[in-house]
Design a binder for this molecule. Structure first.
Ligand SMILES: *Cc1c(COP(=O)(O)O)cnc(C)c1O
Length: 479
């Protein structure tokens, strides 16, 4: 039954306040063509019915606050509630983007300090907080690369090298910025194949985009050599830092020789995310690229904080106003409450949890790469297909019946029947053990009753969907 079916004529759950006396007339003359002729068909229900309706809907969703969410690459980690309180403080949440600079000094100071913290964490020289997501950060990064070579007078650099294990947004962002994407294969270890990379590097290559640790959860241990190859060739190095969970406090992209990085504050720096935002994908650069960053820049002149627009080499504006400010407040609160020791500890626990869980699971489903991993790892489900005809998709769907969000599946593309798992740092050993027990159960089920797995999930609100249709033609209405 929908909330519309609960309607009882004349029942209401609200009362409007008396109109205050403003001391002047409020004009009500809306253009007549915009005025409704018949009242909106709203359900007529009590306040409590509305509360139950929305609380009920919210419980139909899986979230990291309601259960384990080991979604590889996406870092669905616990977001401390204190950060929510910070972001909700009236002094932050009630600001208007058109306010005068002298009335938003606190907000600017927070942004300025956050820029500096991110510089310190990543080893970069300057940050822009404007990009609204990881993919947006990548696009900004690619536009910086473009501007850099334009100013340098090297228009022939038209290619971006991207590993075959890369997140799909990498080639997409490079394409959107007008680049030709060239794929570099991974070697048997799951790392960038240096021999192939050398063959691809010539004076038409503008940048190499890398994630480190990469998407199979392995540290690119040849990074120093890669950076030398790139820079000797006049090529820039771009770091996809969407997930920094494995290396915070231990290694910095800036020290590895990267020229541009983006971070996903909504992943590593604790903003609840998924299903479209809000996110934040700040972009950091080395000195040589600083002047190219988007406007406005948040700066400090020694006595006050200000927004700088007058930067002639800037790539310009990339977003309305100054970025997703609420996400910035959460990230700042997170960094400040964790401190540098805390961030380091988070990396340690993320890596420990991933390796512990990998050891439990690889006895049941082989790991794509056997060595010690960083914050995530990839299993290869092809044996389940061969033995029981059960696909990774079926395992993922069955996990929903056990109240667990499935891992990332079929990514990275280089692993057959991939399951990519990132347990994150705040999960307990007991949660990891029980997840492993659930996987063991599902494998027993695969052996005994594979057809049941084919129809899973069997006890969720919505059963198995035709995913292509569900995402292309979503049915968002009850009738
Ligand atoms: C999530 C992710 C992105 C894209 O970030 P969005 O905020 O979803 O646009 C890019 N690269 C990697 C490695 C990621 O995990």
């Amino acid at each position: 039954m929908t909330i519309f079916d609960q309607t009882v004529e004349g029942r209401t759950g609200f009362r409007l306040p008396e109109e205050p006396d403003y001391g002047f007339e409020i004009s009500n003359d809306l253009p007549t063509h915009l005025i409704r002729e018949t009242p909106a068909a709203l359900p007529q229900v009590s306040e409590l019915q509305v509360v139950r309706h929305f609380s009920g809907l919210s419980r139909k969703n899986h979230s990291v606050d309601s259960g384990f969410y080991p979604l590889g690459s996406c870092t669905m980690k616990y977001n401390p509630k204190m950060n929510e309180e910070a972001a909700a403080l009236q002094g932050f949440s009630q600001l208007h983007p058109y306010q005068e600079e002298n009335t938003i000094q606190g907000a600017l100071e927070l942004m300025y300090n956050l820029q500096n913290s991110l510089c310190e964490i990543t080893g970069m020289d300057a940050f822009s907080l404007q990009p609204a997501a990881g993919a947006h950060g990548e696009l900004v990064g690619m536009l910086l690369v473009k501007k850099f070579f334009q100013l340098k007078g090297e228009p022939a650099r038209t290619k971006i090298i991207v590993p075959d294990s890369a997140h799909g947004t990498n080639p997409a962002s490079a394409m959107m910025a007008g680049y030709e994407v060239v794929e570099v294969p991974s070697n048997r270890e799951g790392r960038v194949d240096l021999t192939s990379l050398k063959l691809l590097l010539d004076n038409t290559v503008a940048a190499i985009m890398l994630t480190n640790p990469n998407t199979v959860g392995l540290f690119e241990r040849d990074i120093c050599e890669i950076q030398k190859l790139a820079h000797d060739n006049g090529t820039l190095l771009y770091y996809d830092g969407a997930n920094l969970n494995a290396i915070m406090g231990y290694a910095r992209p800036g020290d590895m020789g990267f020229d541009i990085v983006h971070l996903n504050l909504h992943k590593t720096f604790s903003t609840p995310h998924g299903m479209g935002g809000p996110g934040s994908g700040p972009v950091g650069v080395k000195k040589e690229l600083m002047e190219l960053l988007p406007v406005p820049r948040v700066d400090f002149d020694g006595s006050k904080y200000l927004l700088k627009y007058d930067l002639p080499d800037s790539i310009g504006k990339v977003r309305s106003f100054y970025g997703n400010f609420g996400v910035l407040v959460r990230a700042y609160a997170y960094i400040k409450t964790m401190g540098s020791d805390g961030l380091k500890r988070a990396s340690e626990m993320a890596v420990l949890n991933a390796n512990y869980l990998k050891c439990l699971l690889e006895k049941m489903i082989p790991a794509a790469y056997s060595e010690i991993c960083k914050h995530e790892f990839v299993l290869k489900g092809s044996r389940l297909v061969a033995e029981y005809g059960v696909k990774t998709l079926d395992v993922a769907k069955r996990l929903l019946d056990y109240g667990v969000h499935p891992p990332t599946i079929y990514f990275p593309l280089i692993v057959d029947e991939a399951l990519m798992i990132e347990p994150t740092e705040t999960e307990t050993k007991e949660t990891l053990d029980s997840f492993a027990a659930v996987i063991a159960n599902i494998i027993d089920e695969a052996r005994e009753d594979p057809s049941m797995l084919k129809s899973a999930p069997n006890n969720t609100v919505v059963g198995r969907l035709d995913e292509a249709t569900a995402s292309r033609k979503p049915k968002t209405k009850w009738f």
